[in-house]
Structures are given as structure tokens and as C-alpha cells.
Design a protein around this ligand. Structure first.
Ligand SMILES: *[C@@H]1O[C@H](CO)[C@@H](O)[C@H](O)[C@H]1NC(C)=O
Ligand SMILES: *[C@@H]1O[C@H](CO)[C@@H](O)[C@H](O)[C@H]1NC(C)=O
Ligand SMILES: *[C@@H]1O[C@H](CO)[C@@H](O)[C@H](O)[C@H]1NC(C)=O
Ligand SMILES: *[C@@H]1O[C@H](CO)[C@@H](O)[C@H](O)[C@H]1NC(C)=O
Ligand SMILES: *[C@@H]1O[C@H](CO)[C@@H](O)[C@H](O)[C@H]1NC(C)=O
Length: 572
């Protein structure tokens, strides 16, 4: 006797949706006997049922059959009782068994996973808004609603994502540029892409999206200052650094490599005077700098980058040449009066001197000096004009000539100076009277002197010059005794030699007193006098011996001098 078991397999999602399988089981089958392999009969892998919830629904009061989830075998749990199951005793007895196989029991035990942890993207900063970039999708071994459902991107000003569904239902994300990039502001954007599955609770996996912004030449070189002003000392050696221009370009690579050049605005002269290093932007001295020739150089420098569409920036530089004390002050004697008479009046202008210095500032301010202890002083008459005036009386007899050195000194550091020496010659005026060494002179003459004997030389001295110094001597005819002295004595008017004209006798005359005057030839003449006292001495022992005293010089002739032109009543 056999039982027939109609097995209805119901499965909502599993094809077939409904199938009917019949098994025939002998009545005497023992407990534990395998009826059939349900899994194999349903076309499932052995163990394929393990993942699914399978429910056996037997329309009977007893549970005769059970099912091994692992092997898929349907086996007998209790001996079947035909009388109980089929009391009408039909030819065949049916037992209805519903096998309800539920959908796969997915535990959502897998999280979505990206193939790589980091997704690198290079995006040019020139890329337009709205551009899309595919991101590699995440995979989730789970199925159905437990597979990747959506993606999420970390907060970003520049990017968002759009989740797309592929033909096979896989989900992937496109990265979309929301706003144009600026490498100079942010060169790298770090984003986190999260894939989320549809499980409950949802699982997720992340990958970092690293966007490298590629440079475009969108920044021109710029100078820190558009207008610069630099000072440089004149005579700075060739090669001296004037300024180091540092233009900067925010781009990178060749887009930020800068070359410097002069613009057409920069004059030839400026370009010849200053060297511009095209690579470094250093401006150095190339030619001679002379403040007195040229003081301000204007230039314009262009900085150009080496990008494909090169951009440039410019700056103007004003180079101010500073004065150095390199010019000696100069003296120019405008007038100089020489000779001058020694009796020149005080404050009389002797010279007019002008001074100058090509430098500027203190380097060009000059002071004029003459040595101290000179009877002159300088008086500024107008700007840089000076007068040399007499400040003290002059005396040719003391200082006949002055070498006056004018020294001009500027106020530079160190100061420079120049000097010029002028000679001032003094002309004599008859301001000195002749001077006898003594005002009273005693001459002893032995009696019996020879007529014409030289008694003495009575010379005076006059420190003046020339005719002011030429002296004439004569005897002042003034009665001391009632005799004319000119009859007794003679003086050489040129040299003051005094002679006796006659032989004196001590017994008759013992002494004479008279004045001798020395007069210079100046105009008017000056004179002075001296008193001469002649004392006749007696010859005692010799009176017997000889007529002629031995000690007298013998003169061959007697000189008589005639002074002409002297307005003297006593003369001749
Ligand atoms: C630089 O100088 C130019 C002309 O001398 C002038 O037009 C410009 O405004 C100046 N720029 C600055 C920043 O001072
Ligand atoms: C340029 O840079 C150099 C070195 O950093 C510095 O010495 C110089 O002063 C800079 N030049 C200007 C004009 O700023
Ligand atoms: C005048 O100048 C010369 C050089 O020109 C110098 O040797 C001399 O010392 C100067 N004299 C004075 C008084 O300054
Ligand atoms: C001086 O001489 C004059 C004549 O020449 C004479 O008259 C007079 O007496 C004299 N006097 C004396 C003091 O000798
Ligand atoms: C001699 O000189 C003095 C002054 O030195 C003068 O007073 C005097 O009158 C002069 N004598 C004669 C005789 O000229």
C-alpha cells in the first residue's frame, strides 16, 4: 500500500511560483526514511534551502514528515496511519503537503565596499560648471534591498553627486562640479563618498575622493607695489644693487615662471645706466651715476610669465640719485686790488671773491676763511659773494706784503676744500721820520787838526722806501756862538760824514754846539735833528815835536757840499 503525497511548493519570489510535485511512499516506511531530496527536486543547490525559511504545512493532526534544511531531504518522522488519514479507504491515499519557501533570508551582513579606498581625480581649474566625472561604484555582496541603494557625498561648496542606476540595477554616482575651481585658493579637495545599502539597519562603505586641481595660467605676475622709488648714491660702483624686484605669480610651474624686461616707456639712457636681470629682476648699476648730470631715472619693468597664454604685470620705478660730496668747492677772485698804499683806510675793499660748489645740500654749502691774525676780514656782500676789507691799520715797514690765502670749505662729510692765495703788496707812504741813533753826539777834536779832517759819520735811518728814505744831511745854521757853523764844518749831504773845514786852536776855541738835520725826500719831506757837541782838545806834549798831529788822517782835498733844492735858509 502506498501513500501519495502531493507537495505544493509555494514561493513568492522564487521561480516557480507554484509547483506541484508528487511523491509515493510505501506504508511501511520506517521513521527516519528519506522520501525525497526536496532541494534537488526544486532545482536548488544542496544547502540552498538553508538560507531560506521553509515551512512545511501538513494537513493532518500529526507531523509525519520533516525537512533537513542542510541536505534538503524530506524524511519520515512518524509512521503514517492510513486508517486515520484515509478512513474511506480509497485506492490511493493523499496527504497534502505545502512547502512554503520564503525568499532568501538575507541578513544584510555585508557592507557596500569600494574597489579602492581612494579615488583620485585631476580636474582643471578651467573646467566649466556642471561637468560630470564618473566615480567607481561600490559593490555589496548582499542582494535585493540589501545591496547598494544610494550614495552620499561629504559637504562641499564645489561638488555634489548624482546617483545613477545602471541597466542591471546597480547604482553608481557621478561627481558634478557645482562651482568653478580656483587652484590658487584651494589646490586639493578631499571628499568622502559614502555608499549606503538598503538594509535595516543600513550599512555603508566609504572611499575618499581626492580632487587635484590642475593649474591654468589665470594669474598675472604682480609686483608688491606698482610704483617704487629708490635712492642710490651717485658714483655707486658698477654692479651695485639698486633694487630686487620680486614679482609673484600665484600659478604654478611655467605659469608662474617670470621674466623681467624694460617696457618701451623706459628711455635708452635709463637702460644704458641700469641693468635689469631678466631672470631675477635685480636692477644693478651699469653706467656712471653723476648727480650733477642726471638726478632722476624713470623706468617701467614688465614681468611676464611663461604660461601658454602668457600674462604680465608691470611696475614703475623712480631711481633718485643722491648727491655725494664729490665736487670741490671753487673760489673765484672777482677783483683784487694790489698794490695799495700802506695808509689805506679801514674798511676799504681789497678784493671781491665768489665761492661755489656744485653739490647740493650740506655738500654744497660753503664757508670762506682767511687765516687769523691778518689785518683783514671777510664780509659777505651777497649770496656767495664776499669782500675782503681792511680791518686794522697797515704798516709797510712792518709787513710789506701779505699772502692772503682764501680757503673755501663745504659742509659735506668729509668736507672738501679749495684755496687760492693772493699777494697784496703795500705801497710806501712817507710816514717815518729819519732817525738818528742818538739825539746828542759829542765829538772830541784835537787842536791843530788838518783842515778837511773827517770827524764822524752821522748817519740817520729812515725805514721808508725810495725817496721817502733818501736822506739829505745838513747843518742847521743857528747861532750858538756868533759864527756860521758852515764856515767851520761841512757835512756830506748824502752820507752824513762830518768834516772840519779849518784847523782849530784850543787856545782860541774850545767847543762848538750845533744841530744836524736829516731830511728825507718824501713829499712832504720829514726830518729830524741831532745836536752835535764838538770839543777841541789841547795838544800838550806834541807841540814841540811836530806841526802835524800824527793821529789825524790826511785828506788830499776838502769836500764842500752844496745842497740844491732844499728850501733851507741856512743852507749854502
Ligand atoms: C603709480 O603711478 C601712476 C602714474 O605715475 C599712477 O597713475 C598710479 O595711480 C600709481 N599707482 C599707485 C598704486 O600709486
Ligand atoms: C625682494 O626679495 C629680497 C629677498 O627676499 C628682499 O631682500 C628684497 O627687499 C625684496 N625686494 C622688494 C622690492 O621687496
Ligand atoms: C691749498 O690747497 C693745496 C692743494 O690744492 C693744499 O696742498 C694746501 O694745503 C692748501 N692750503 C691751505 C692753507 O689750505
Ligand atoms: C756878532 O757879529 C756881528 C757882525 O756879524 C757883530 O755885530 C756882533 O757884535 C757880534 N756879536 C758878538 C757877541 O760877538
Ligand atoms: C730839532 O728837533 C726838535 C724835535 O725833534 C725840534 O723841536 C727842534 O725845533 C729842532 N731844532 C731845530 C734847530 O730845528
Amino acid at each position: 500500500m502506498r501513500f501519495c503525497i502531493a507537495v505544493f511548493v509555494l514561493c513568492a519570489t522564487w521561480p516557480p511560483a507554484l509547483s506541484v510535485t508528487r511523491y509515493s511512499i510505501p506504508e511501511e516506511k520506517e521513521r527516519g526514511s528519506v522520501v525525497a531530496n526536496l532541494a534537488a527536486d526544486l532545482g536548488l543547490e544542496p544547502g540552498g534551502l538553508a538560507q531560506r525559511e521553509v515551512k512545511l504545512d501538513i494537513f493532518s493532526n500529526k507531523k509525519y514528515l520533516d525537512f533537513n534544511k542542510k541536505t534538503g531531504e524530506l524524511y519520515i518522522v512518524e509512521k503514517m496511519d492510513r486508517e486515520y488519514l484515509c478512513p474511506a479507504k480509497p485506492a490511493s491515499c493523499f496527504l497534502k503537503l505545502d512547502v512554503i519557501i520564503e525568499k532568501i533570508l538575507d541578513m544584510n551582513d555585508n557592507a557596500p565596499q569600494f574597489r579602492r579606498d581612494a579615488i583620485h581625480l585631476d580636474i582643471s581649474e578651467a573646467t566649466a560648471r556642471g561637468e560630470r566625472f564618473s566615480l567607481s561604484n561600490a559593490v555589496d555582496p548582499d542582494v535585493g534591498s540589501n545591496s547598494v541603494k544610494t550614495y552620499h557625498l561629504s559637504e562641499s561648496e564645489y561638488f555634489n553627486i548624482e546617483v545613477q542606476t545602471g541597466r542591471d540595477g546597480t547604482k553608481f554616482a557621478d561627481l558634478i562640479l557645482k562651482q568653478t575651481l580656483d587652484r590658487e585658493q584651494q589646490a586639493v579637495h578631499n571628499l568622502i563618498l559614502t555608499a549606503i545599502d538598503g538594509g535595516t539597519p543600513a550599512r555603508s562603505g566609504t572611499a575618499s575622493v581626492i580632487v587635484h586641481v590642475l593649474d591654468t595660467n589665470d594669474n598675472p605676475p604682480t609686483f608688491e607695489k606698482e610704483n617704487l622709488s629708490v635712492k642710490i648714491l651717485e658714483n655707486s660702483p658698477i654692479g651695485s644693487l639698486v633694487i630686487d624686484l620680486n614679482a609673484t605669480d600665484l600659478d604654478e610651474g611655467s605659469n608662474s615662471d617670470i621674466t623681467y624686461s624694460y617696457s618701451l616707456y623706459t628711455s635708452e639712457k635709463t637702460q644704458e645706466t641700469f641693468n635689469l636681470n631678466p631672470a631675477t629682476g635685480e636692477i644693478t648699476v651699469k653706467g656712471m651715476l653723476n648727480y650733477e648730470d642726471f638726478r632722476i631715472y624713470d623706468m617701467e619693468v614688465i614681468a611676464t610669465d611663461k604660461g601658454a597664454n602668457s600674462l604680465s604685470g608691470q611696475c614703475t620705478i623712480k631711481i633718485l640719485v643722491e648727491d655725494m660730496n664729490d665736487n670741490h668747492p671753487e673760489i673765484s677772485i672777482k677783483s683784487f686790488q694790489s698794490p695799495v698804499t700802506e695808509n689805506i683806510e679801514l674798511e676799504t675793499v681789497i678784493a671781491v671773491v665768489s665761492v661755489s660748489d656744485k653739490d647740493s645740500g650740506d655738500n654744497g654749502i660753503v664757508d670762506l676763511h682767511i687765516p687769523d691774525n691778518m689785518p683783514f676780514k671777510l664780509r659777505e656782500s651777497s649770496d656767495n659773494y664776499y669782500e675782503l676789507v681792511v680791518s686794522e691799520p697797515l704798516d709797510r715797514e712792518k709787513v710789506p706784503e701779505y699772502d692772503i690765502t682764501f680757503t673755501v670749505t663745504d659742509r659735506g662729510s668729509p668736507p672738501l676744500s679749495d684755496n687760492e692765495t693772493m699777494s697784496l703788496e703795500l705801497l710806501d707812504v712817507n710816514d717815518n721820520v729819519p732817525q738818528f741813533p742818538q739825539s746828542f753826539y759829542t765829538i772830541r777834536v784835537m787842536e791843530n787838526n788838518a783842515p778837511g779832517a773827517l770827524l764822524s759819520s752821522l748817519t740817520a735811518f729812515d725805514p721808508d722806501l725810495h725817496e721817502n728814505q733818501y736822506l739829505v744831511y745838513f747843518i742847521i745854521e743857528k747861532e750858538i756862538a756868533n759864527t756860521s757853523m758852515s764856515m767851520l764844518f761841512s757835512i756830506n749831504p748824502e752820507n752824513g760824514n762830518l768834516y772840519a773845514l779849518k784847523t782849530f786852536d784850543y787856545e782860541i776855541e774850545k767847543e762848538f754846539l750845533f744841530h744836524i738835520e736829516a731830511r728825507d725826500s718824501g713829499s712832504p719831506p720829514l726830518s729830524s735833528n741831532m745836536t752835535v757837541h764838538i770839543i777841541i782838545t789841547a795838544v800838550k806834549a806834541y807841540s814841540d815835536m811836530t806841526e802835524e798831529p800824527l793821529e789825524y788822517d790826511i785828506f788830499s782835498d776838502i769836500n764842500l757840499y752844496l745842497v740844491i733844492g732844499a728850501p733851507l735858509s741856512s743852507c749854502c
